[in-house]
Design a protein around this ligand. Structure first.
Ligand code: CO8
Length: 373
């Protein structure tokens, strides 16, 4: 068995962003127009009036201040409220692959690797823009990588589940190095007209190179001490979009074909599950939470992360111990914990221990325990 290291990460951030103020202004204009259009039904009691959103609520409930998106205008147009992405023909690089390739190039550069050094590509994300060919194979082709490539989806936990698959291939010797990418276009499967969730998500892509320790050339690398994954079925975060929708004649109602959640229940059920999962994983490696220098947690909700860290440490975490990026990026599904790792790992010293952990729909939770080399 070989030792696996993470030797490089990459991040693609869209150039457009939406502040809470701009988001709420557009949402409230949509509400005003909707209620005006349906004034008669609302007055007769046949329809409930829509309620406005508020910047104060969003910041207090989530900690999110802004999000990056591929298309700002489509999302903010009160007559549309979803991104406008130009169709591309089959000969062009598809939009998800394009984001993934941008992040991948940075990860390859940081790891000091060329495409010829990589033996596999995993595209791990909470939605794929098509059924096939796999996004990962398109990314592999665009970068000129050999070997194999495949897609996988475990919603917000996709990246840690992907790192385990990459690390297993490296440990077993079936690959020298694996590139794992997380292109997330959350703006396209979010219902921007629903005030309960319209503020939650953003778009981004991350990439991670996992490779054999004895072959790695990067000066900035982390040994993978262990990976642990767990799942437990729940309908509290769900998206029913799929290839059977047409056969069920259910295209008409789009609401359940987008992200739907019971946010309160998710909060209550997932926090203890994650804290227990991380504590158990550390214990199995004979490590204590107090000995962990950094927790790169999934970025869904600020209070959630504070609660998880508090359960692990028996005190509030410092901003250095559990870095927050969701204030700027919002929830970017599988990419969130990897953005935190990408932006907040350079200062760690040799021997420092850190944990990447993601969690979300499924339910699913994954942890990757790392030691800085
Ligand atoms: N403005 C003003 N008021 C609002 C708004 C708003 N925008 N939204 C809701 N309210 C109101 C509610 O109607 C409610 O009013 P009332 O008390 O009268 O009923 C009140 O505010 C409180 O609402 P909530 O109980 O919903 O508020 P919470 O404090 O629970 O906060 C959160 C809501 C922020 C959603 C919170 O529950 C949360 O973050 N929960 C955890 C969710 C989570 O982590 N989910 C993970 C999902 S991500 C994942 O797994 C990947 C999925 C794939 C990606 C999908 C991409 C699109």
């Amino acid at each position: 068995m070989h030792t696996a290291v993470i030797s490089g990460t990459g991040l693609f951030t869209p150039s457009a962003s939406i502040s809470n103020e701009a988001l709420v202004a557009s949402f409230n204009e949509y509400v005003r127009r909707h209620n005006e259009r349906h004034a008669a039904e609302i007055a007769s009691g046949a329809m409930a009036a829509l309620a406005e959103s508020s910047v104060e609520f969003i910041e207090k409930a989530s900690g999110i201040k802004q999000r990056f998106v591929l298309d700002r205008d489509g999302v903010l147009d009160p007559e549309r409220m979803y991104p406008r992405l130009a169709p591309r023909d089959n000969e062009q690089l598809s939009v998800m692959a394009e984001m993934a390739v941008a992040a991948a190039k940075m990860a390859l550069e940081r790891s000091g690797r060329q495409p010829a050094d990589i033996d596999g590509v995993i595209c791990a994300a909470s939605n794929m823009q098509r059924a096939y060919p796999a996004m990962a194979i398109e990314v592999q082709n665009a970068l000129g990588i050999g070997g194999w490539a495949f897609d996988m989806n475990v919603a917000c936990s996709s990246a840690t589940f992907g790192i385990e698959q990459a690390a297993n291939a490296v440990r077993s010797g079936s690959a020298r190095a694996v590139l794992m990418v997380n292109p997330e276009i959350c703006s396209a499967h979010l219902e921007w007209r629903d005030r309960d969730c319209h503020f939650i998500f953003g778009d981004v892509a991350t990439a991670v190179v996992v490779e054999r320790s004895d072959l790695a050339v990067s000066n900035h690398r982390f040994e993978v001490l262990g990976t642990r994954l767990a799942t437990q079925f729940s309908n509290n975060i769900r998206n029913n979009a799929g290839f059977l929708n047409r056969c069920e004649d259910k295209w008409g109602d789009l609401r359940d074909k987008l992200f739907v959640q019971e946010g309160r229940k998710v909060f209550k059920e997932v926090c203890p599950m994650v804290a227990e999962h991380i504590a158990g994983h550390l214990a199995a490696l004979e490590l204590a939470p107090a000995g962990v220098k950094r927790f790169w947690l999934h970025q869904a909700n600020l209070s959630m992360n504070q609660l998880i860290a508090r359960r692990l440490l028996d005190r509030d975490p410092t901003p250095q111990e559990a870095p927050v990026i969701l204030d700027q990026y919002a929830n970017t599904s599988s990419a969130g914990s990897i953005i935190a790792f990408h932006l907040h790992a350079d200062d760690l010293a040799a021997g420092d221990i850190g944990v990447i952990s993601s969690f979300g729909a499924g339910y699913s939770v994954g942890s990757v325990v790392l030691r800085k080399l």
